[in-house]
Every structure is written in C-alpha cells, then in structure tokens.
Design a binder for this molecule. Structure first.
Ligand SMILES: *Cc1c(COP(=O)(O)O)cnc(C)c1O
Length: 424
C-alpha cells in the first residue's frame, strides 16, 4: 500500500475529527456527569481521587451497580468489563459477601483488638497458596508489596530490589511507561534495579549477590497483560536460589488465574507472595506472606525484630468479606470457568480484529485481557464506541472479567468491536 504525505495528514485529520465528534456525542449524552465533573474539579484535582479512572472528556459517574452492570447518574447502563481492574472478580452483588459484612457489622467494627476472623482468613490463604506458610494483612496491595520488600531487605541484609520494566506494584512502586520509572517522585526510594521483562539472558548480571529480592508479576497486569515466559520464571527461581535473593511474586492480580494463583499455573513457587484486589471480595484488602523462615521476622517470641503497624490491618469488614469470598465464591470450578471465558473472548477478539485488518490486537492470560494499538486515537475511538453501545472497558484497553460476565455479554462485546472495525 502506498501512502503519500497528503493521505497521512488527511488520515490524521480524520481521526482527530472522529475523536472530537465522539467526545461531543458523549458530552451530549452525559449532562449530569458533566455537571458532577465541574463540581469535582473544584475540590479533587483532575476531578477524581484515582487517576486511572479519568478519561476524556470526563468520566461518567456511577449511581449503582448490580451483577455485571453499572448504571450511571445519567441513566445509562453498561456491561462492566473493567471489573475494577481485577478487584471486582465476584461481580457487583455477591450475596455471600454482603451477608458476611452485614453479620459482622451487627457485632461492631473497630475493635483495636484481635479476633478469630483474622485467623480463619490466614488459614484459608495459607491453604490456598503453596508459597505461603504464614501471612500478614494490610489495607492495599501497594502496602503488601512495601512490606514484602522491607521484609526481604531485613532478612537478607542487602539493599538491591530488582523489578522489571512496565512493572506495576502500586502507586509508589510503578515502573511503567506512564510514570517516570524508578525516578518518579512518588516512588519509594529503594535501590531499584529495573530489568527487562522476559529477558532471561540478562538475569545473571541483574540479580547479583547484593540483591535482597526480585519483585515480579507472572503476568504483568497494568503493564499491558504481558505474560512471563515459562523459561523466564524458571530462570528467576534458579538465579534467586543461586545468589540467595528472595523471589516475591506480586499476585495481587494474577492469583485469579488459577485456584492456587499464577504460582500454581506456572508451577514456579516463589519465596513470598503478595495479594490484594479481588480476595477482599471488593473491600479494602492486601496481604503478604511466605515461607516461615521469612515471616518469622515478625514473631518476637521466635526472635523476630520487625513489627507491622496498621490501624485497619485486621478490620473486621475486610476480614469477614475475604473469608466469605474464599469460602463461598472462589471454588476451583468457578476460577477455571472465568479464565476459560477470558481465553475465548481473547481468541474471538483476535479473530475479528485480524479479519478486519485492524492494527489493534489483544494480549493477556485467562480473565485478564488488554487491547493495544500503535495509534492511541484508535483506542480512544473504540472506547467511546463501546460506551455508546453500553459496554465499559478501561480506557487504556484493559479488561478483567468478573464471574457475573456471561457468554452473552462476551458475544455482545465481540459483535460491537466487529461492527466498529467496519467504521474506521
Ligand atoms: C493493583 C495492584 C497493586 C496495588 O494494589 P492497591 O490495592 O491498588 O494498592 C499492586 N500490584 C499489582 C500487580 C496490582 O495490580
């Protein structure tokens, strides 16, 4: 195909004009959300308190949610393919979680004392993940990773923290293209060494004997749903053993990929694991755990000298919600089913996008999917076309299926994307 300068510039103008038109249509259809955005911007910088939720021209505001559905304050209904970036695995109205929280609230909720529910939860978590003998709870995945890194530095008495490009381990542990990498002012000031994800050959040079830990996702989630190769994970395991570094799997997202997490799916067992997002059944949650030899650092009766603070670490609402989630919602069958549905969706999307000759492509594993485009304006157009069809994916192309998503929903999304490809 030949393309003159004129063709390219008219393409550019067409796409820019199409994006403007999509924004105008969206604005006209969302007058109440527009008004709310004006109010929000006066008191919340950028109009929100979680930057990833913004999109242009302004995000719709949710009024309520049920099952797989979001309803905004303008009355529009959306099938929710964002699944709160994997935290919403159960969909919007898991009765078992609601019942557990309500029952907990009936007995009071800010004890400043220990209780039995945290034991129940720790037992369930230790049962489920091979690498976890003992666990401690936090309020977020970010905090879980901060604690795991600190534990590894303490146990090894070494400074180095190996992470990988595009790795996202929380707002202060972000090595993606959107932040300034390890030099972001918001990142915590550890001695980070940023390796290339899936570059097995470089590991010997990267993971040296002053490295305390390697923090990695078996499938990068926010980093674009990029799976590690089997070879890479096995090489990480070997190299960490060779130099005595602690291998930490950030399974905040990936633990949904198999009943025992990505460590089970890939058959590579880390020394420590961090958790969060969906495991709290939609409530504030994080956890870090691992081999007893590391976690004993928090056990003063066995000579441990670390203490873990956190007013809400064992808050009864999250603990009860997580216990209900693990007990009633996360059967192996259901976890396998949601991931199979994700694999089918990704295969269908790849098929319709390829057949249409679209430059957009899909990546991911199981229920974690991501669409990518070399021209971001195409994703912007697709995103708005889907919203207009009542389908909500993340603006950057990310999708996380919930257990409330059905075959019909998946077909709706595939059909909508197929129709859209014919318009651009
Ligand atoms: C979301 C996420 C975190 C951070 O969890 P928060 O609860 O948002 O702090 C850490 N690691 C990964 C892989 C995540 O996806």
């Amino acid at each position: 195909m030949t393309s003159t300068m004129d063709d390219r510039s008219s393409d550019t103008t067409d796409l820019d004009a199409a994006v403007r038109a999509a924004h105008d249509r969206y604005r006209a259809a969302h007058p109440r959300s527009a008004e709310a955005d004006d109010r929000a911007r006066a008191v919340l910088p950028g109009g929100n308190t979680r930057s990833v939720l913004h999109f242009d021209p302004f995000p719709f505001r949710v009024a309520e949610a049920e099952g797989a559905q979001l309803i905004d304050i303008d009355g529009h209904h959306y099938v929710d393919f964002v699944g709160n970036y994997t935290a919403g695995l159960l969909g919007h109205s898991p009765e078992t979680v609601k019942t557990a929280i309500t029952a907990a609230l009936d007995k009071g909720w800010t004890f400043g004392a220990t209780h039995e529910v945290e034991i129940n939860l720790a037992e369930l978590v230790a049962d489920r993940f091979e690498s976890i003998d003992q666990v401690r709870f936090t309020n977020s995945g970010t905090e879980a990773n901060l604690m795991a890194i600190g534990t590894a530095k303490h146990v090894t008495s070494r400074p180095g923290v190996v992470v990988f490009d595009r790795g996202y381990h929380g707002g202060v542990l972000s090595f993606g293209p959107d932040s300034a990498g390890p030099h972001s002012e918001l990142n915590v000031p550890h001695d980070f060494r940023v390796g290339r994800f899936n570059d097995t050959v470089a590991l010997d040079e990267l993971i040296t004997d002053d490295v305390a830990c390697v923090l990695v996702e078996a499938v990068q989630g926010s980093g674009g749903c990029r799976p590690a190769s089997q070879e890479f994970l096995e090489a990480l395991r070997r190299r960490c053993d060779d130099v005595g570094a602690v291998l930490i799997f950030d399974e905040v997202m990936t633990s949904r990929l198999a009943p025992g997490g990505a460590q089970e799916r890939f058959g590579v067992v880390p020394d420590m694991t961090t958790l969060g997002k969906y495991l709290g059944g939609g409530t504030t949650f994080g956890a870090f755990g691992g081999r007893r030899q590391f976690m004993v650092a928090f056990d003063a009766s066995s000579g441990g000298t670390l203490t873990q603070a956190g007013t809400f670490n064992n808050n009864i609402i999250s603990m009860s919600a997580a216990v209900a989630t693990l007990t009633h919602e996360l059967s192996p069958d259901r976890i396998i089913a949601v991931n199979e549905l994700g694999d089918e969706l990704r295969a269908s999307l790849s098929r319709v996008l390829t057949e249409a000759g679209s430059p957009i492509y899909a990546t991911g594993v199981g229920s974690m999917l991501c669409l990518h485009s070399p021209d971001d304006r195409l994703l912007e157009l697709l995103f708005h076309a889907l919203l207009a069809d009542g389908l909500y994916i993340a603006r950057r192309g990310f999708m996380a299926l919930s257990m409330a998503i059905t075959n019909d929903h998946v077909n709706q999304l595939v059909d909508a994307i197929e129709r859209w490809t014919a318009t651009v």
